[in-house]
Design a protein around this ligand. Structure first.
Ligand code: ADP
Ligand code: ZN
Length: 763
């Protein structure tokens, strides 16, 4: 910091000198405040501008258009200052003010600034990440939107007349007829009928439709039907709720309870209080967990329409939800990770559901944890934050032990459902064919017979993870990554799950020409095996391949919930927060991947994954059963988990982390580099290592550079440098010096690099 201050002071001195040499009257500009603007470029600094000509200075939180190099960029004013670090001749004017009043309030800017400082990420990029796309592009807060509507002639028109010649026009016209005279937002049409723009031309020509612009509609949360009453809370829930009700100011609460223990009911009642007091509630949910199921439940229990923010929205929808949160028109805001940045008019409570979920950590660009920022934001706003999970992270548990967070327990399933029984199937004695052992297959048959539903979990999509030559043993590999190609039978392709590369599925070996065969199994193969064995039953596969189309995931979950499918086969996607009433059996097909993991988080992850998927079984009146296929039934992990539950695995893992000095007992940051030439990636990291030399030592360990565990991905060589410290401020001071120095270094131009603070993946 000292260096920056010295440099800054020197520039300021020059500035003052050169101004004072000239007659003051010629320099009206110097009476203008200097705007400190965040511009979305990868440089860790603010940019100085004067206000636009003949305009009062825009307040902090307003957007401005600024000249940047030869282009114009949209930026946000962070603050006003009396002076600039730039020489006066270099100080340019902003070209336009885009907002009459701030779109971001002081509290929003404070969170943004914290995020930039803590994650050592350029503030302009943090601002950009926090804004809806339309605002980032400089569009007005209340844009005019393009609308298409039927005309009176269109209303009366019989679409059958054109259905033969112009089926697309007929389809569009039907949509417009259904929507009525107010019309449909064009961006919504793009979602529903991707090629509607061609079809609309014909309708406009025939006078059957009209096109006009309207001000974006305001959000109305009162469209929901009246609130439904919930169940009477059991004693544990009531105690948890009482504790939550005792705090209006800042406090962090962890509600730990098995799936189905009624955590959501507790949140709901606390949310009701807060909303009734006129304050807003922000709910963060995992990407996969934010389903219509959750939204419908919130909506019917609270009797208001939530503003929902997730990745599937159109730009206009996203902006509308953001605006409603900012104006206070929406009192309930539900969103995935990035919703943590949504401005709130009168915030009262933040909830992070399934806090252990990895989707709360962004793994590219601005690498932030929405869970951690939720806690920071709650503290800044002096409001409570509630974290919920059946399998809390060790980071959060350790804060509970240290007395920083309040730990609330819901040990029993609400409504009296019994916990599922868990048993292991030894695959060395019961060999699996196509992934399925005889005891598991028999259990599936039993549960189906009894009218139950089965979920078979395998965290590997595709048909088989490997294609091997039966003769020479050659394995099909990705040309751009250090990885094997996965066999996809449905599309008859080999696909790389790391870079997305595909090639046609060969029938013979590229090396020796002999036949090849798929080795191991993925969900596709398992589905096939189940179909062969349970031909009379309905089987549904749910993974990211089967749910690529928009809405497919929702439809799949819906039919799973309705009980339309007897057997569900799928990946992690099926394990998150869903409630399948008929489900009584969970089978975990290949549980051994995590037993011998090298990552210090392996045991925690594995226990989370098993407990989460096991939690889907027997959530209503019928008892659930969980069967786990493993080749290592004697492994300590299993007895710990089965006898002591997640809590014991977590306690043991925490003790081990304390001994080995891994997080949460130390802090980590990872500097990653990737380049087409391995040397370029390593050079950058060597430079960083040199820059860190003054900070490194007993209190800050700098480990590496080393190749990343998958050294080549998508044609780039990847390497990394790990920083570890038991003292957070030392780590952050070192990173704060490193980042700007690295930005200036020539080595940084030859490689892509990033800083990941509190990384959850070490590769
Ligand atoms: P979690 O969020 O912990 O998974 P939920 O709040 O979704 O649990 O509750 C699981 C199921 O139990 C839901 O169907 C819910 O309506 C029901 N439930 C929750 N609390 C009670 C209660 N006190 N009495 C009866 N049923 C309850
Ligand atoms: Zn690849």
């Amino acid at each position: 910091m000292a260096l920056v201050d010295r440099a800054g002071a020197r520039v300021r001195a020059n500035y003052v000198k050169s101004v004072s040499k000239r007659p003051i009257t010629k320099h009206r500009a110097s009476n203008d405040p200097v705007l400190k603007v965040a511009v979305a470029v990868p440089l860790s600094r603010e940019f100085d501008y004067l206000p636009p000509k003949d305009t009062p200075a825009p307040a902090p939180g307003c957007r401005v258009e600024v000249p940047f190099g030869s282009r114009r960029q949209v930026g946000v004013v962070l603050r006003l200052a009396g002076e600039s670090t730039l020489a006066p001749g270099k100080l340019r004017r902003a070209s336009a003010a885009l907002d009459a009043e701030p779109i971001l309030a002081a509290d929003d800017l404070r969170l943004i600034q914290f995020t930039a400082d803590y994650y050592h990420h350029p503030v302009g990029e943090v601002v950009a990440a926090s804004l809806p796309a339309l605002l980032r592009q400089g569009k007005p807060l209340h844009p005019q939107v393009e609308m298409i509507a039927v005309t009176a002639a269109g209303e009366a028109f019989d679409t059958a007349v054109i259905a033969g010649r112009a089926p697309k026009q007929a389809e569009l016209l039907e949509h417009l007829q259904d929507a009525g005279g107010n019309g449909v937002d064009a961006s919504l049409l793009t979602e529903l009928l991707p090629h509607w723009r061609r079809a609309v031309k014909g309708l406009l020509l025939k006078g059957l439709a009209s096109r006009f612009e309207a001000r974006a509609e305001d959000f109305d949360e009162t469209l929901a039907s009246p609130a439904e009453a919930g169940p009477t809370l059991n004693a544990d829930q009531a105690a948890a709720l009482d504790t939550l009700r005792a705090t209006d100011g800042f406090g962090v609460f962890l509600i730990e309870g098995v799936t189905g223990s009624g955590k959501t009911e507790v949140y709901l009642q606390r949310m009701q209080d807060v909303i009734a007091s006129g304050k807003q509630v922000l709910v963060l949910a995992p990407e996969i967990g934010l389903t219509p199921q959750l939204v419908t439940r919130l909506r019917s229990r609270l009797g208001i329409v939530p503003a929902v923010l997730h990745s599937g929205l159109t730009d206009n929808e996203r902006l509308a939800a953001w605006r409603a949160a900012r104006s206070g028109a929406a009192r309930l805001i539900v969103g995935t990770r990035s919703a943590i940045f949504t401005p709130l008019r009168s915030p009262g409570l933040i909830i992070v559901d399934e806090e252990h979920d990895h989707s709360f950590k962004q793994q590219e660009g601005l690498r932030y944890s929405a869970r951690d920022l939720a806690i920071v934001r709650a503290k800044q706003l002096n409001i409570p934050v509630v974290l919920g999970s059946a399998t809390p992270t060790l980071e959060v548990l350790q804060h509970c032990h240290a007395g920083n967070y309040t730990h609330l327990h819901l040990p029993q399933r609400a409504g009296g459902a019994a916990p599922p029984t868990i048993r292991l199937i030894d695959t060395t004695r019961n060999p699996a064919t196509e992934g399925l052992t005889e005891p598991l297959a028999a259990a599936i048959g039993r549960h189906l017979e009894a009218g139950g539903q089965a979920l078979i979990f395998l965290n590997r999509r595709g048909f088989a993870p490997t294609l091997i030559c039966s003769s020479c043993g050659h394995v099909a590999e990705c040309e751009r990554c250090d990885s094997r190609m996965t066999v996809h039978a449905g599309s008859r392709q080999l696909r790389c799950h790391h870079c997305g590369a595909t090639r046609p599925l060969p029938s013979t070996c590229s090396e020796c020409g002999e036949p090849v065969r798929p080795l191991g199994e993925g969900t596709e193969r398992l589905e096939e095996a189940l179909r062969a064995r349970f031909a009379a039953h309905r089987i549904m596969r749910v993974d990211s391949d089967s749910t690529q189309h928009k809405g497919a995931m929702v439809a799949a979950l819906d039919s799973a919930t309705q009980g339309d499918a007897d057997i569900l086969v799928g990946t992690q996607m099926l394990s998150k927060g869903h409630h399948f009433p008929k489900l009584t059996l969970v089978g975990i097909v290949n549980a051994d991947q995590g037993l011998f993991g090298t990552d210090f988080r392996s045991a925690e992850r594995m226990a989370q994954s098993v407990v989460q998927v096991a939690g889907r079984a027997g959530r209503e009146d019928r008892a659930g059963e969980v069967l786990i296929q493993t080749a290592f039934p004697e492994h300590r992990f299993w007895s710990t988990l089965i006898d002591g539950g997640y809590a014991r695995v977590a306690a043991e893992a925490l003790a081990e982390r304390e001994q080995t000095r891994w997080p949460p007992f130390t802090r980590l940051a990872l500097l990653r580099a990737a380049a087409h030439r391995r040397d370029d990636a390593l050079d950058l990291l060597d430079t960083a290592r040199r820059l860190l030399a003054a900070d490194a030592g007993e209190h800050l360990r700098v480990l590496g550079p080393v190749d990343a565990p998958m050294a080549r991905k998508a044609g780039r060589y990847r390497a990394q440098l790990l920083l570890q410290s038991s003292d957070r401020s030392r780590l952050h001071d070192a990173l704060a010096r490193l980042r700007p120095a690295l930005e200036q270094s020539p080595a940084a131009r030859k490689a892509r690099w990033s800083i990941d603070v509190d990384p959850i993946e070490l590769f």
